[in-house]
Design a protein. Structure first.
Ligand code: NAD
Length: 454
């Protein structure tokens, strides 16, 4: 399997893809490894996760370079991701014991009633490339912690990073048969779907997620899907500072080149501040430095996948044909690599693909609205339900709007953010199940009820 550097389009490494026999052997080993791993006391497992986090920080520079080389993520953002993901490890240190240890519910009437949280067994973690640390940790660290063995399939666009995860987990003390890396694309993912595993935890696109859920349904094992979004942001006319709102909105749209599941994908602005907002927004985007992702200061690197350039360019074409105006960017950049200049479009509406389909790239449509009701209806006009944001000077007014939206996460005066303290969950086509928070700690367990009489 060729590992391509998206900044140059050239192959940086070749990895051997796992064959069907290798996949089967690894899964058999995981089944044995899980029995050993679950026998390790919970406190020790928590300590091993901590040690893993320490090792990651010791190797920060090297790991960031690897991430940048295979995904094109600007080096500063690669470091931010790796450092930021440590908050999952802090969360585990703080809360895991409390939520995974046996709970005594009552001892009344001479019967002690308890709940034990047992691991599922061997679970598949089929993952995405855009934030491999964040989305990977959400699943595999928490799953390991609960005593599961993990069949981890990194995305084919983040496989070098996936192999590093395994190396450092083993160095931290995870038994080698408790965490395996499966190298390859959809074909290797398919082999995991055919295997006899105890749970499927997927992060990726709606199309693949739906396919996986259907394919493994008859196994009757837990399936969790963290999928895409078309996340809206509405800027009310009472924001304290229109320029600052525009700067924050632009960052929410273009950080990591817009390749975030919770990136701002469409913006609605109250007509009273629309012109001022759009001017400030374009001004901000025009300061973004595009170029070599290895250079400090680069904000826009290449897209990770060559194919996604065509998705963005076709959204621009479709929108222009239907009357949109391109105020900034939207063109190929440089003579090599998968670069697009960040695109800002106005005069957009919901008849355009740009406002309805996940872009997952450096493009945004900004639409003028008359009032909160119109904003609400447009925000709600989507098959997705991951996040939604409102910027406003009035918390109550903002909350009245966001509480009616069927999304797993809502933001007031912030966006494009994830906290390990809170559940990360999508509604509608954005997925099902929960990672993070105490619910995410328990997501990789099955409860067992004990009725004990002395
Ligand atoms: P993708 O669906 O193309 O691939 C995801 C993973 O599935 C990869 O490892 C891939 O090899 C594997 N895969 C593909 N076909 C398969 C098959 N038939 N059987 C088994 N496995 C298969 O998604 P992607 O391009 O890696 O990620 C981008 C998508 O992920 C976006 O839609 C984004 O919004 C979403 N995402 C969601 C979250 C979240 O937390 N909700 C986080 C990150 C990314």
């Amino acid at each position: 399997m060729d590992i391509i550097n998206p900044a140059t389009g050239s192959t940086i490494e070749k990895l051997k893809q796992d064959t069907a026999v290798e996949v089967s052997n690894k899964i058999n080993a995981l089944k044995e490894g899980q029995k050993k791993w679950v026998a390790v006391p919970l406190e020790k497992r928590i300590a091993i996760v901590k040690k893993y986090g320490d090792l990651v920080m010791e190797h920060l520079e090297e790991l960031a370079k690897i991430l940048t080389s295979e995904t094109g993520k600007p080096i500063q953002q690669a470091k931010n991701e790796i450092k930021g993901a440590q908050n999952r490890i802090d969360h585990i240190q703080k809360d895991a014991l409390k939520w995974l240890q046996k709970e005594i519910i009552t001892e009344e009437g001479g019967t002690r009633e308890e709940i034990a949280f047992e691991p599922l067994g061997v679970i598949a973690n089929i993952s995405a490339w855009n934030f491999p640390y964040n989305v990977g940790y959400n699943v595999f660290l928490y799953a390991l912690l609960a005593g599961n063995a993990v069949a981890y399939k990194p995305s084919e666009f983040a496989s070098l990073t996936g192999l590093k995860f395994r190396e450092l987990l083993l160095e931290a003390g995870i038994p080698k048969d408790a965490f395996e890396c499966f190298i390859g694309g959809a074909e290797v993912g398919e082999l995991l779907l055919e295997a006899d595993l105890d749970g499927y935890f997927f992060t990726g696109s709606y199309k693949t997620g739906k396919y996986i859920a259907e394919k493994v349904a008859s196994k009757l094992v837990p399936v969790q899907l963290e999928l895409g979004g078309k996340d809206p942001l509405y800027v009310m006319e009472d924001v304290a500072d229109v320029k600052q709102a525009a700067i924050n909105a632009a960052e929410g749209a273009f950080y990591n080149n817009g390749q975030s599941c919770c990136a701002v994908e469409r913006v609605y602005v109250h007509e009273k501040i629309y012109d001022e907002f759009v001017t400030a927004f374009v001004e901000e985007v025009s300061t973004y430095k595009i170029g070599d992702p290895n250079q400090e200061g680069t904000f826009i690197g290449p897209l990770t996948r060559a194919d996604q350039m065509n998705v963005i360019l076709s959204q621009i074409e479709d929108a222009k044909n239907k009357g949109a105006e391109v105020l900034y960017g939207g063109e190929k950049w440089g003579d090599k690599g998968y670069y697009l200049t960040p695109a800002v479009l106005t005069n957009v509406d919901h008849g355009m693909n740009l406002m309805m389909e996940e872009s997952f790239g450096p493009i945004i449509g900004i639409q003028k609205v008359k009032n909160d009701q119109e904003a609400f209806e447009l925000m709600n006009d989507t098959t997705y339900g991951l996040t939604a944001a409102v910027f406003s000077g009035d918390e109550l007014r903002a909350k009245q709007l966001v509480e009616k939206l069927p999304t797993g996460t809502v933001y007031v005066n912030c966006c494009d953010r994830v906290s390990p303290n809170l559940p990360w969950t999508g509604r509608k086509n954005s997925g099902m199940g929960v990672t993070l928070s105490y619910m995410g700690i328990r997501a990789f367990t099955q409860p067992k009820a004990y009725h004990i009489r002395g």
